[in-house]
Design a protein around this ligand. Structure first.
Ligand SMILES: NC(=O)c1ccc[n+]([C@@H]2O[C@H](COP(=O)([O-])OP(=O)(O)OC[C@H]3O[C@@H](n4cnc5c(N)ncnc54)[C@H](O)[C@@H]3O)[C@@H](O)[C@H]2O)c1
Length: 268
């Protein structure tokens, strides 16, 4: 059993590695034995996610929306390690409108800015397309690999906007349309690629996490917990086992699937 979960000898690249979940994905893959390439917009942020054993791992600056940047990342990874076996498409924009006064109005569908819509499409969908095309093509030509696309519960169920109200019942924020639509697209893209590359041993699966504790108000956390069968929000390390499972041979007969790890959020 230990062997089929082992990632020893494998090289894994994680996009958006400097973010809340990216760091945990990097740690999970490294703990299972992989060499990890942590990639994010700023190299400082990527470096921060692999402050363990820099001899073994690599931090890269990568903009997933830029074909030039993606091609350069592939070159750096294959030059240094000679291979890439695992790609975690984790980078995404989840826009929170900064100004709390503007937030409720700007995030309304009626007002939602085209620029924010386009930005989410670029990062959350085009970024997955570009990284999968570059790294997945390398895998397809070199014996196979595993691509893990990070989707979301909001790619499966529509946001219940009443979650984003305060104690007084005022709508403080709306979960914007671009997030759900792009995450739904990621799930379809996962199936498309799984079918396309099945015969070249490139497995493509999605992981759909639920909401992660990250300094939200007590009221929000309680509201979220009430809507979740397991009665709590996720901790950032709740997805580490799922990442290793999808990356390793323990999921060898699995492709095109969506592994939902959400405390039961999407079952009702
Ligand atoms: N946090 C949650 O509650 C939650 C729930 C469900 C799904 N998810 C998904 O998990 C993934 C990680 O979420 P998170 O909470 O860690 O987000 P985060 O915002 O903390 O991290 C996202 C990272 O992506 C990077 N990024 C943004 N644009 C980029 C680009 N063009 N190129 C490269 N990197 C870029 C950012 O710099 C950031 O470090 C996302 O796909 C998100 O949609 C998160």
């Amino acid at each position: 059993m230990t062997k089929i979960f082992s990632l020893t000898g494998k090289t894994a690249l994680v996009t958006g590695a400097g973010g809340l979940l990216g760091k945990a994905h990097c740690k999970a893959l490294a703990d299972a034995g992989a060499t990890v390439v942590a990639a994010d917009l700023a190299i400082e942020s990527a470096e921060h996610s692999i402050d363990f054993d820099k001899e073994r791992h690599l931090a890269l600056a990568l903009d997933v929306t830029s074909p030039v940047s993606v091609a350069e990342a592939l070159k750096q990874v294959t030059d240094r390690f000679g291979r890439v076996d695992i790609l975690v498409n984790n980078a995404a924009v989840n826009d929170m409108v900064e100004d709390p006064k503007a937030s409720a109005e700007l995030s309304k569908f009626e007002n939602y800015p085209l620029e924010l819509w386009n930005r989410s499409l670029q990062v959350n969908l085009t970024g997955v397309f570009l990284c999968s095309q570059a790294f997945g093509s390398w895998m397809a030509a070199n014996g196979g690999g595993s691509i893990i696309n990070i989707a979301s519960t909001y790619g499966i169920t529509a946001p219940d906007q009443s979650l984003y109200t305060n104690e007084a019942g005022e709508q403080t924020f709306h979960k914007p349309p671009a997030y759900s639509v792009t995450k739904g697209g990621v799930l379809m893209f996962t199936r498309y690629l799984a079918a396309y590359w099945g015969n070249q041993k490139v497995r493509v699966n999605a992981l759909s996490p639920g909401g992660v504790l990250n300094g939200q108000s007590d009221f929000f956390v309680a509201q979220y917990a009430k809507r979740t069968p397991l009665g709590r929000m996720a901790h950032r390390d709740d997805y580490m086992g799922a990442i290793v499972f999808l990356a390793s041979d323990s999921s060898a007969y699995m492709t095109g699937a969506n592994l939902v790890v959400d405390g039961g959020w999407t079952i009702w």
